[in-house]
Design a protein. Structure first.
Lengths: 429, 187
């Protein structure tokens, strides 16, 4: 262990002890993420000595010195803003963890809170020993090191990534925005256009698909149409400015903007150019959509337009009648969000929300609507329209066509019920 | 731009064009040629027709032994499921309110079974079974589903020849399939 790390650790311990000691003052107080409720109530139970007109104690002594954290972490007061991991799963090697959407602002998901889905655990890969092989219907099969990949011209784009099953069509429905659609995140990705890498090997006639494979214990494999590979597909090595996290495919992943998340193969080790899909287990027995008549849709790649109000949303509480900003996120795998409508009267009428710039294709778009809550019970919901003119459907509209065995690609409108007391809950639950 | 530079530029472009062999040059010259041995060692893809299935074979009875040792703890003694997916049964349930998707009821292609077991199973030690064992355990799972006789042995040819019951039930993506009229008032 290096000396700076030792210093960092000892300072971190000091810092934690101080927090634990001062945390005692907070016993009985309620930490409320999002600050929607209880600010006055919790302040009353805290030590008023830090409030005006007194000088707060954190101004009377120096704070943590430079180097206390060699890699910065959130304030200890944000300790509850973490990934939402389902409890009591039969196993956690093939499982998913959700982004706490209701606790985040803007459109970029912090790397530590990016949703996770893996099928054979998270491998620990030494980038010096990682290789990407490109073979099949190419003039020259190639093998690349990570240094090679980073020599290609780079590009950066902001794209969302969403798990295909987010959420299920069947009850019970989740309580919070994260429970419902937390298998969704958005980041700035940096890497190389897959098109450049394919051109390096030279595509042969008949090249219609690229079969991608991960270097995880599931050797996860999916087939991608060549049109997507030559369009906006990327080989990504960095996310939000830093190298990919292991959970996101370190050191190299595929990124297919707008397509269901499992196709953006992580820990990418192999690309085979082929005339046909491989029809792997993941694109036949999984990630296919079962219809009421027993037929199943296959190769359902796109994540269609969708939105959700994240504030106020399930599990939160409005503290008092009066001004409340309604805020949420909208996205479409088919391009840009054109508009978002919001209803505050149980779907009887809708008004257009303001879209926060930048509005980017296949990225999250933040929307807002100023609202005066009159203190009465209400149902609020949002409805996205994308640049193709497609309008986000209701759950009943989806169920009428697809039935509830469909499982994947549920992009329904999710209404929130606000009780007269301010409690917010899932109106479909 | 001075004429001299134009000439040099034109000459350079001409020289590069002449130097290019019949096969397209790599634009960036990044990476090196992958050897056939490197590709063969990593290419574990088996497509729906069974292309790239390896030599070897395995019987239903040997598959029963392998299954008991390697698979039953998660998938149940008879493939009824547990920590792992249910592998057996469910035929005739796909159009009911409680569809049971198994190898027998849902999987459209038999060679995919070999592909998946070899690449990902058993979950605690993937790619640890011999090819013969993978053929055998594939045979046993197909036998449990009534798709292979108890005295059968599978190899590349016989596995690829199996027609799965649900093969014809997959359709392409018709979306957008749901239309919201986007009512604004009096909805």
């Amino acid at each position: 262990m290096t000396e700076p790390t030792d210093i960092g650790n000892s300072l971190a311990v000091t810092s934690r002890r101080r927090f634990l000691r001062e945390g005692g003052v907070l016993v009985g107080g309620v930490v409320v993420a999002g600050g929607l409720s209880g600010s006055a109530a919790s302040a009353a139970t805290k030590d008023a000595g830090n409030l005006p007109p007194n000088v707060p104690e954190w101004m009377k002594t120096p704070g943590d010195p430079m180097g206390s954290q060699l890699y910065g972490t959130p304030s200890p007061f944000e300790k509850d803003v973490v990934k939402n991991i389902p409890k009591n799963l039969p196993q956690y090697l093939s499982a998913s963890g959700r982004t706490p959407l209701q606790d985040l602002d803007g459109i970029i998901t912090p790397n530590g809170l990016f949703y996770e889905r893996h099928h054979g655990g998270v491998p620990t890969i030494d980038p010096a020993q990682h290789r990407l092989i490109l073979h099949g219907l190419v003039d020259k099969p190639l093998i690349f090191t990570m240094e090679d990949i980073r020599r290609f011209p780079s590009e950066s784009h902001i794209y969302f990534l969403e798990c295909s099953g987010n959420p299920s069509y069947k009850r019970p429905y989740g309580k919070t925005a994260s429970d419902l659609v937390g298998l969704l995140s958005c980041a700035e990705w940096t890497g190389v256009s897959l098109k450049l890498v394919l051109q390096e090997a030279g595509l042969q006639p008949g090249a219609k698909w690229v079969v991608a494979e991960g270097a995880d214990a599931a050797a996860l494999t999916r087939s991608i149409p060549i049109d997507k590979c030559l369009d906006d597909a990327m080989l990504v090595y960095s996310q939000n400015g830093e190298r990919l996290r292991p959970q996101q495919g370190y050191p190299l992943r595929l990124l297919l903007p707008g397509f269901e998340g499992n196709m953006s193969i992580k820990w990418l080790r192999r690309l085979r150019v082929a005339a046909e899909p491989t029809y792997s287990r993941e694109e036949t027995s999984k990630y296919t959509d079962l219809m009421p008549d027993g037929s199943a849709r296959e190769f359902t790649f796109y994540m269609e337009a969708k939105s959700i109000i994240t504030r106020p949303s399930g599990g939160q509480r409005l503290s008092a009648p009066g001004f409340q900003e309604i805020s949420g996120i909208a996205w479409s795998g088919r391009g840009k969000i054109r508009r978002v409508d919001v209803s505050v009267d149980n779907g009887n009428s809708w008004q257009e929300a303001q879209l926060q710039e930048p509005v980017l294709p296949r990225a999250l778009t933040r929307f807002r609507l100023p609202w005066q809550w009159n203190g009465q019970a209400a149902v609020i919901q949002s409805r996205a329209t994308d640049e193709t003119g497609y309008v986000q459907p209701t759950l009943s509209e989806l169920l009428a066509v697809r039935g509830d065995n469909y499982f994947y690609h549920n992009n329904a409108i999710w209404p929130w019920r606000i009780a007269a007391g301010g409690e917010v809950s899932n109106a479909n639950a | 731009m001075p004429m001299r530079e134009l000439y040099i530029g034109a000459f350079t472009a001409f020289a590069l064009a002449c130097a290019a062999p019949a096969q397209a040059q790599s634009p960036y010259g990044i990476g090196r040629a992958a050897t056939p041995a490197e590709i063969a060692g990593w290419n574990i893809d088996i497509d729906r027709d069974g292309n790239n299935l390896p030599p070897g074979s395995g019987s239903v009875s040997h598959g029963h032994e392998v299954f008991d040792q390697q698979c039953a703890v998660c998938h149940g003694a008879k493939g009824e499921g547990g920590l792992g997916d249910q592998l057996v049964g469910g035929q005739g349930t796909l159009a009911t309110p409680k569809p049971v998707r198994t190898v027998g009821s849902y999987w459209p292609y038999a060679p995919t079974l070999f592909d998946y077991i070899r690449r990902a199973m058993p979950q605690n030690a993937p790619e640890s079974l011999s090819n013969d064992d993978v053929y055998a355990v594939s045979a046993y799972i197909l036998n449990l589903n009534g798709l292979l006789p108890g005295d059968a042995t599978l190899d590349a040819m016989t596995l690829a020849a199996i027609k799965m019951p649900n093969r014809g039930m997959f359709v392409s993506d018709p979306r957008p399939d749901v239309k919201n009229p986007a009512c604004m008032t009096g909805c």
